[in-house]
Ligand binder design. Structure first.
Ligand SMILES: Nc1ncnc2c1ncn2[C@@H]1O[C@H](COP(=O)(O)OP(=O)(O)O)[C@@H](O)[C@H]1O
Ligand SMILES: CC(=O)N[C@@H](CCC(=O)OP(=O)(O)O)C(=O)O
Length: 262
């Protein structure tokens, strides 16, 4: 059975040290099995720019035409997914990469407002049995956040949204969101601090006030949704400090912890 789901943001992939992948290998050897869902927003944007295809975000989600979708699929399941698999295997782990389209792993439907935003999906179902099957082979599943519907239409799904749905479907205790900031930041007495823990009420307040913006919005929305779905704790951390995953799993002070309100 998987022990935790980790979402790795495109913002930080290049900055993750070899030690980060070695820790994942060590956890796997100790029987603490990770499932990885990754992003790749900056790499998608860079390739779109090279191809001179304009790109635009609406409420943190990329407007996705058929042309953009081709690039999203190529970058996420071709470039980024294989990069992570290579790094894990280099560290001595055994990783298998796939996208949400493989084996209909992530079933999706168009998001609300799809007339404007295009082929952006919301997760309707995750084939947890496939993920468990890969773990049963002794491998770490590495999942690119694309989805598919019954008609065979592909969707671009935000990676935080995908990771939240995967975590809820697997029934894990922890979703660890690895990003380029050490946690959720708030201005307290004129000073920016990392919140060690936060609540749904505080998150809603910070979205209203604009203290949570951009890429942090899909993260906290996915966090609140998967807590409703049975995950015990979502932790937002940076992956650049050695041993970060172990500290999160042992409940030591690290990043920002979000738990369901009582
Ligand atoms: N309250 C906040 N605390 C920390 N970061 C925030 C906050 N609100 C917005 N952000 C932004 O969210 C970014 C992380 O989201 P994003 O760039 O989408 O990363 P990823 O690729 O890891 O998903 C941070 O770099 C920061 O600019
Ligand atoms: C619909 C949507 O916005 N999809 C994202 C998928 C990648 C992603 O979420 O990557 P990060 O985690 O690095 O942001 C995109 O096209 O950028």
């Amino acid at each position: 059975m998987p022990s935790f789901v980790m979402k790795c943001g495109g913002s930080t992939l290049a900055a993750l040290p070899d030690l980060f992948f070695e820790e994942l290998k060590q956890l796997q050897s100790d029987g603490i099995v990770p499932v990885i869902v990754h992003g790749g927003g900056p790499a998608i944007s860079a390739t779109l720019e090279k191809l001179e295809i304009p790109t635009q975000f609406v409420n943190g989600l990329r407007k996705t035409s058929e042309e953009v979708l081709d690039v999203v699929e190529m970058v996420l399941s071709g470039q980024i997914n294989k990069q992570i698999v290579r790094k894990l295997n280099q560290a001595g782990a055994h990783a298998i990469g796939l996208s949400g389209i493989d084996g209909n792993l992530i079933e999706a439907q168009p998001v609300e407002g799809h007339e404007e935003i295009g082929f952006v999906g919301d997760v309707t179902q995750v084939r947890a049995d496939l993920i468990e099957g890969i773990i049963g082979l002794g491998a770490i599943p590495v999942i690119a956040p694309l989805g598919i519907d019954a008609k065979g239409q592909r969707y671009n799904i935000n990676a935080d949204t995908s990771a939240g749905a995967v975590a809820a479907s697997l029934g894990v205790e922890h979703l660890i969101v690895v990003t380029d900031v050490p946690g959720m930041m708030k201005t307290v007495n004129g000073e920016k601090v990392i919140l060690p823990a936060t609540t749904e009420a505080e998150i809603q307040e910070m979205i209203q006030s604009g203290e949570i913006y951009g890429g942090m919005i899909p993260k906290v929305k996915a966090a609140l949704k998967c807590l409703q779905g049975g995950v015990s704790e979502v932790v937002i951390v940076s992956g650049t400090k050695p041993g970060v995953l172990g500290r999160v799993l042992r409940g030591e002070a690290e990043g920002t912890r979000i738990r369901k309100s009582q």
